[in-house]
Design a protein around this ligand. Structure first.
Ligand SMILES: NC(=O)c1ccc[n+]([C@@H]2O[C@H](COP(=O)([O-])OP(=O)(O)OC[C@H]3O[C@@H](n4cnc5c(N)ncnc54)[C@H](OP(=O)(O)O)[C@@H]3O)[C@@H](O)[C@H]2O)c1
Length: 337
């Protein structure tokens, strides 16, 4: 998995399918971040068309959310569509959003889809590099804030709730040199480490995969099924900062539509009950192929989570740092083998 030729082959031969029409989501509540446009919009539209009772569009700009709501309400009039403000670039916004989610009587499906691709270095309002802040830190924090409501719902309904974190095939294609740094997040914030064009975006998506695996290992699959799909290479606003005429031409020749990408996301969110902690590509569970060996990945994940927890819970930082031995082991191994 993850090779460029394989990527081309799959883009040209695979056709993502929508959910079977027999599936009904009546009585359920779904929440999608970044639902005003692109893949999130298409995924929201598909869920609503399967009789979802309540759909929460979590969007940065509520006026764009209201425009999307008009479309969904027209197409699926029985669905209660709500627009909630959420900015992954503001901890205040995310914490307030989490508090609002906690007031819901139920929440069955969460698609953490919002993301961006910055191909030159920019710092977000929080001070972190923008790809890392939005795609990884924002997504991870939200997953923690929303998790208790999903767990509460599972207890009420007697079936697992679902959380899907959108990653990308690009997660295979980063050297992730920052992995050896004493503080990985701090190293990712340094302008000099940004790398070539897409590298930091790919790293942020690799971090989504690490996060999904770690979170899934700590959450009982009978309460919440958590997975991370690749939606394929799709024509959408994601590519806006790279849009030269050549890129646009290649994109048009090879890409799937946003609706097809949306099918992949909805497929991961609703089907695949055995996919807890798994990466999905072309609508099936797929192995994580990495340049590192499996044991290295595990240790790297542990040490990285220690860094991230230090960020979210600074008062417990000392206790969390004890995992740094794992990181030292990897540095040593990669130097000598
Ligand atoms: N398209 C592809 O080829 C592709 C491939 C692999 C993975 N993906 C992943 O699929 C997901 C959706 O991408 P897309 O192609 O649909 O891109 P898109 O059309 O650009 O949509 C991205 C969505 O994320 C929202 N967003 C961006 N920054 C945000 C922030 N700070 N707070 C809250 N929301 C924010 C955007 O809101 P605004 O419109 O207000 O900016 C928009 O709704 C992303 O996670 C992306 O990495 C896409």
């Amino acid at each position: 998995m993850g090779g460029f030729l394989g990527f081309l082959y799959r883009q040209l031969t695979f056709k993502p399918k929508p959910l079977p029409p027999t599936i009904s989501l009546a009585g359920n509540t779904g929440l999608i971040t970044g639902a005003n446009i692109g893949l999130g919009f298409e995924a929201a539209r598909e869920l609503a068309s399967h009789k979802l009772s309540r759909l929460i569009l979590a969007v940065k700009d509520t006026s764009k959310g209201e425009t999307a709501k008009t479309t969904f309400s027209k197409e699926s009039p029985d669905c209660d569509v709500q627009v909630w403000q959420l900015d992954y670039d503001s901890y205040e916004s995310m914490v307030a959003f989490g508090a609002k989610v906690a007031t819901l009587d139920r929440l069955d499906y969460v698609l953490l889809n919002a993301g961006l691709k910055q191909v030159t270095y920019t710092a977000s309002h929080t001070g972190h590099e923008t790809n890392v802040q939005i795609n990884h830190i924002g997504t991870s924090l939200l997953s923690l804030l929303i998790l208790p409501t999903l767990q509460k719902t599972a207890k009420q309904t007697g079936k697992p709730s679902r959380m899907t974190i959108v990653s990308s095939e690009g997660h295979f294609w980063t050297p992730f040199k920052e992995r050896n740094a004493p503080n990985i997040l701090a190293r990712l914030d340094e302008r000099e480490t940004f790398g070539r064009v897409m590298q930091r975006y790919y790293t942020s998506k690799l971090l989504n995969v690490f996060w999904t695996r770690e979170l899934a290992s700590r959450v009982d699959r009978s309460e919440v099924i958590i997975n991370t799909p690749n939606p394929g290479w799709c024509y959408s606003g994601l590519h806006r900062y790279q849009m030269t005429s050549l890129y646009n031409l290649v994109l048009k020749m090879l890409s799937w539509t946003s609706a097809q990408g949306g099918h992949c996301l909805v497929d991961a969110l609703v089907l695949h009950e055995e996919s807890h902690g798994q990466y999905l590509s072309e609508q099936k569970e797929t192995s994580y192929a990495m340049s590192l060996r499996y044991t290295d990945c595990l240790l790297l994940t542990m040490s990285y989570i220690a860094d991230l927890r230090t960020l979210f819970f600074p008062r417990k930082a000392k206790r969390f740092r004890r995992n740094s031995g794992a990181r030292r082991w990897i540095c040593w191994k990669r130097r000598y083998f």
